[in-house]
Design a protein around this ligand. Structure first.
Ligand code: SAH
Length: 402
């Protein structure tokens, strides 16, 4: 939901006026990943095609990761291009690709149909491949340490635009274009056979095993499209992509009513709460939506989520030097979380350009973790892959806009 913007004249802008306007009210084109299988069947009937073509097209997209009509030899030649055009329109165009960690971390800057920019990151580990996806172009939550928060919200992504980021990563992997971390750790073929036309995966091919909604945007502020995307990603082929629900993490600033709604969805996804401070005074500045929903309410919503789903809640805490990394804050956090179904993920701050804040010293990090552990709270320090490619949320899009 993009806010109405006042008209601006070119002269008033410091930067050149882009040829395509962002934040337009026009919606991205309809794509089969926006629809469940029943909806896809109905769409094919409307197009005058037999409904079983929905399954064929779905397999091409969700299991073979292709939208190219030339590769759809099971469809009549005469209608291939029209079907692909109607239900598999291109949604995101890769604007820039960056890689590091020997090619095992790949970041893509995508341009939407209206010029909106979003990012996704693929991270290949020995035992898994994680896709970090965006749920919105920009973000309206205005957290001051986050690059995306600085730019404001452009618009929500459609369900298919979210799913397309994961499919793009799966396509790269299946094509053997992402090197393994060690030579002999391929994760095997996709979860279900991709049909007779499937190409055999290369020896080092892997599949996307995990998806985290930790790219641009606040997922729970784009609730319906995010939940539909989670269903598309986790429903079995051909309904969806067949990723395990347990391997999906939805990360939120703490929109309490939406957390309650998510708990009632009957999804076994992990909830991550970006807490960053255990006290309201500091959290009001680090996560401004805290002025609406306080620490106690956010945690209560998290414990309800854990009770309903049986899933451990991940508490995200970016350690910022001399801001939120004091020993007393570690102890306060430990006392809030002790005995709860929770895990703390400490993230050394990745400073955004021009930021007055920096990451905590390693000694402060260790002490913070030690104090949490002393309260019996499981804690890990998140790996900081992709730093040299502007890994911090929103930095790549910010640099492309300037
Ligand atoms: N809006 C959601 C998801 C996107 S951000 C949320 O806030 O949870 C994903 C995670 O990265 C959040 O925990 C966020 O607080 C964190 N993050 C954002 N900018 C960061 C930075 N510069 N350094 C470290 N973590 C950051």
């Amino acid at each position: 939901m993009s806010p109405a913007r006042p008209p601006v004249s070119g002269a008033a802008l410091a930067r050149p006026v882009p040829l395509t306007l962002t934040g337009s009210r026009r919606k991205p084109p309809r794509h089969l990943a926006d629809l469940d299988l029943a909806g896809r069947r109905a769409a094919l009937t409307e197009l005058g095609e037999p409904p079983f073509r929905a399954v064929q097209l779905s397999r091409h997209f969700f299991a073979r990761y292709t939208a190219n009509p030339d590769e759809m030899s099971d469809l009549p030649r005469a209608s291939r291009a029209a079907l692909a055009g109607a239900l598999l329109p291109p949604l995101l165009t890769a604007e820039r690709e960056l890689s590091c960690d020997g090619g095992t971390t790949r970041k893509t800057l995508w341009r939407g149909f209206d010029g909106a920019l979003v990012e996704s990151v693929l991270m290949r580990y020995p035992d898994r491949v994680t896709m970090c996806v965006s749920s919105q172009a920009g973000c309206g939550m205005a957290c001051p340490f986050c690059a995306t928060g600085q730019a404001g919200l452009t618009r929500n992504l459609s369900t298919a635009e979210i799913v397309a980021q994961v499919v793009a990563g799966a396509r790269l992997l299946a094509a053997g274009q992402v090197p393994g971390v060690s030579p002999r750790e391929g994760l095997g073929p996709p979860p279900q056979a991709a049909g007779p036309a499937a190409s055999s995966p290369r020896a080092d091919a892997a599949r996307v095993s995990n998806v985290v909604f930790m790219g641009m945007g606040e997922p729970l502020a784009n609730y319906a499209n995010v939940v539909a995307a989670v269903r598309r990603l986790t429903d079995p082929v051909p309904e969806g992509m067949g990723i395990s629900q347990r391997s999906v993490t939805v990360s939120t600033v703490g929109l309490v009513p939406a957390i309650a709604r998510l708990a009632a969805e009957d999804l076994a996804v992990t909830l991550a709460v970006s807490l960053h401070a255990p006290d309201d005074e500091l959290r009001d500045t680090l996560v401004p939506v805290n002025r609406r929903w306080r620490v106690a309410e956010v945690l209560a919503a998290g414990w309800n989520y854990a009770a309903v789903t049986g899933r451990r809640v991940s508490i995200e805490y970016a350690l910022i030097k001399d801001i939120n990394d004091q020993a007393w804050r570690a102890d306060l956090l430990g006392s809030l979380l002790a005995g709860r179904l929770a895990h703390v993920n400490l993230i050394p701050l990745n400073p955004t350009p021009g930021s007055k804040w920096t990451a905590s010293r390693p000694s402060a990090q260790r002490e913070f973790a030690r104090r949490l552990a002393a309260h019996g709270v499981p804690v890990s320090v998140r790996d900081t892959r992709g730093r040299e490619i502007d890994g911090a949320c929103g930095q790549l899009a910010a640099s492309a806009r300037s």
